[in-house]
Design a protein. Structure first.
Lengths: 249, 283
C-alpha cells in the first residue's frame, strides 16, 4: 500500500455537555493520497470542524487513530489575521515560527507569497484595510508560508461574496496544481465541493460520520455554472437532505 | 500566466494609493478645532476664579487672584530650585511607576496563566485597586521611616494592581481564534505569549498603564505632602511648605504645575491609545 497523506481510522470525539456527552464525531474513517483534493460536505453541527481541529492538533480525539504525513496547516472560516501586523508581517510571522532566517529572507518569501495570491503591492496594508476576499488571500498565503504538506480548510470562503469566491476557487486550484499539497476542504455547499474536489465525502449530523463518498471525475478546469457540475452537486445535495431528515438514519 | 490582474471585489481593482486618506491638508484647522474648546474652558475657569476673588469671600493672602498666581509661576519657572524640585518628583514617579509596571505585568501574566493563582488572588487584586493608596503610607513609614523608599513603596502599591488588572483583562479579551491560529502556526508556550497574546492584549494593557499612572501620580503627591524626606525640595514638599507658611500664591502656582504634568502625561496616553486603535482598525 502506498504511503497515505492522511489516514483516519474510527476516529471519535465527544464533548462533555451538562450531565452527558455530546458525540461530535463517531467512527470516522477516511484516507487521502498525497496530492489529493478531498471535500467534506455536511450540515452545520456535523462535526466537520471538529475533525479538522483534531487533525491540526488543536483538539484531542476521544477514540480511534489518525496519522498525517508531514506538516499541517489550517485555514479558518474567518481570515483571523493578526490585526496589529501588516499583510506582509502576518506572513513573515508564520515564516519566523517555522524557523526561516534571516528576516530579509522572510521578507522576500512573504513578498513572493503575496504575489502568488495576487496581492502584490498590498504588503504594507493592515488587515482592516483589506476586503474580505483579500483577507482570505492573505490567510491563504500565510497557510502556504507554513510549507505544509497537508492543508486543512474549514469553510474558508464561507463569508465572501459569490464572485470573489469564484476567483478564490480558481486560485486555490491553480496553487494546488502547482504544488504537491494534499487538501482537505470542509464546506456546506455541495457545488463548491464538486467544483474543487477529487472526491466528496458526505457527512452525517450528530454524530458526524462519513455517510457516502462521491468520486468527481469531471474534467478540470471546472466551472461552477456547468450543467454537469450541477447534476453531481444535485445528487450530493439530495443525499445530504436525506441525512438531515430526522428519520434519515 | 499568474501576472494578469484578477478582478475580485471592487476594492481589489483600485491601486493601493487611491485608498489613502488625505487628511494632512487640514492640519491647522484640526488643531484649532481641538484647541479652542479647551482655551474657552480655561478662560471661563479663570473668569470664575477672578469673580470669586473679587467677591471678597476669602482674603487675598488665602485666595489670590489669577494674575498674581501666574506672575508667581513665572518667577518660579525662572529659578533653578524649582526645576530641581520637579526633577526629584519626576524621578520618583518614573522609578516607582517603572517598578510598578514590572511587578504588575508579571503579576498579570501569572494570574492569567495559572488558574489556581487567579482563584486565589484575582479578586484581591481588584480589591487592592480600590484601596486608597494613602492608607499604605503609615505602614510604609513604619517600615522605612521618612525616606524615599517609603514613598516609592506607596507609589508601587498604588499603581501595580491597576497595571496587573489592565493586562489581565487585556489577555482575557484576546480572541480565542487568534490563539488557535498562533498554535496552528507553531507557536508554543512563551512564543504564544510573545507573538500573539501580548500584542493582542496591548489595548487593554495600555488602559491599565494609564490608570496605573494616575494612581502612581496621586500616591506620590500624597506621599510627598505627608512624608517630608530630608532636604529634597520635591513638588509635594514645596506644596506642604507653602501651606505651612501660608504662601498662597506659591501654593496655587505649584498646583498648576502638578495639574499640567498630569494632563501632559494623559495626553500622551490618549495619543498612544488612538495610534494603536487606528492601526488595528478599531475606530
Amino acid at each position: 500500500m502506498s504511503s497515505r497523506a492522511v489516514a483516519v481510522e474510527r476516529l471519535s470525539k465527544a464533548f462533555p455537555h451538562r450531565d452527558r456527552d455530546l458525540v461530535a464525531l463517531q467512527d470516522v474513517t477516511l484516507e487521502m493520497q498525497p496530492g489529493e483534493f478531498v471535500c467534506i460536505v455536511g450540515a452545520s453541527g456535523s462535526g466537520k470542524s471538529t475533525l479538522l481541529n483534531v487533525l491540526a492538533g488543536l483538539d484531542t480525539a476521544s477514540g480511534g487513530r489518525f496519522e498525517v504525513q508531514g506538516r499541517v496547516a489550517l485555514m479558518f472560516q474567518e481570515a483571523a489575521l493578526f490585526p496589529w501586523l501588516t499583510a506582509s508581517q502576518n506572513i513573515e510571522l508564520a515564516l519566523e515560527l517555522r524557523g526561516v532566517k534571516p528576516s530579509s529572507e522572510r521578507k522576500r518569501q512573504a513578498h513572493d507569497l503575496l504575489e502568488r495570491v495576487h496581492l502584490r503591492g498590498f504588503e504594507r496594508r493592515r488587515p482592516h484595510e483589506l476586503s474580505g476576499g483579500m483577507k482570505q488571500r492573505v490567510a491563504l498565503a500565510r497557510a502556504l508560508a507554513q510549507d505544509a504538506d497537508v492543508l486543512l480548510m474549514d469553510e474558508p470562503f464561507g463569508s465572501v461574496d459569490a464572485i470573489t469566491r469564484d476567483h478564490l476557487h480558481e486560485e486555490l486550484v491553480r496553487l494546488w496544481h502547482a504544488s504537491s499539497l494534499t487538501i482537505l476542504f470542509v464546506t456546506h455547499n455541495a457545488r463548491e465541493a464538486v467544483r474543487l474536489g477529487d472526491r466528496v465525502l458526505v457527512f452525517t449530523s450528530r454524530p458526524g460520520r462519513v455517510a457516502q463518498e462521491f468520486r468527481i471525475d469531471l474534467p478540470r478546469p471546472r466551472s461552477l455554472d456547468s450543467p454537469e457540475l450541477a447534476v453531481v452537486a444535485g445528487r450530493i445535495t439530495e443525499r445530504l437532505k436525506q441525512e438531515m431528515r430526522p428519520d434519515g438514519h | 500566466m499568474a501576472t494578469e490582474p484578477v478582478a475580485g471585489d471592487l476594492e481589489e481593482l483600485a491601486p493601493p494609493e487611491t485608498l489613502e486618506v488625505t487628511e494632512r491638508a487640514h492640519g491647522a484647522r484640526r488643531v484649532w478645532s481641538w484647541l479652542w474648546p479647551k482655551l474657552a474652558a480655561l478662560a471661563l475657569f479663570i473668569g470664575i476664579w477672578q469673580v470669586v476673588v473679587w467677591s471678597g469671600w476669602r482674603p487675598d493672602y488665602l485666595l489670590p487672584g489669577p494674575l498674581p498666581v501666574f506672575q508667581r509661576l513665572g518667577q518660579d519657572l525662572s529659578q533653578p530650585d524649582f526645576y530641581a524640585g520637579v526633577a526629584v518628583t519626576l524621578r520618583r514617579v518614573l522609578v516607582g511607576y517603572g517598578i510598578a509596571i514590572a511587578i504588575g505585568s508579571a503579576l498579570g501574566v501569572v494570574i492569567a496563566r495559572v488558574p489556581i493563582v487567579r482563584k486565589a488572588v484575582g479578586h484581591a487584586i481588584l480589591g487592592l485597586q480600590s484601596m486608597p493608596s494613602i492608607v499604605w503610607l503609615p505602614m510604609a513609614v513604619l517600615l522605612f521611616q521618612a525616606t524615599e523608599s517609603a514613598i516609592l513603596l506607596v507609589v508601587i502599591l498604588g499603581a501595580a494592581p491597576a497595571v496587573a488588572t489592565g493586562l489581565l483583562s487585556g489577555i482575557d479579551q484576546v480572541q480565542p481564534l487568534l490563539v488557535r491560529v498562533g498554535r496552528v502556526l507553531g507557536a508554543r508556550g512563551l512564543q504564544l505569549y510573545r507573538y500573539v497574546i501580548l500584542p493582542a492584549a496591548l489595548p487593554g494593557f495600555l488602559g491599565g498603564l494609564k490608570q496605573g499612572w494616575a494612581f502612581a501620580w496621586r500616591s506620590l503627591m500624597a506621599g510627598e505632602i505627608i512624608n517630608i524626606v530630608g532636604h529634597q525640595p520635591s513638588l509635594g514638599q514645596q506644596l506642604a511648605f507653602a501651606r505651612d507658611f501660608v504662601d498662597a500664591q506659591q501654593l496655587y502656582a505649584l498646583m498648576i504645575v502638578i495639574f499640567f504634568i498630569g494632563v501632559t502625561v494623559d495626553l500622551g496616553f490618549g495619543f498612544a491609545d488612538r495610534a494603536i486603535r487606528r492601526r488595528r482598525g478599531l475606530d
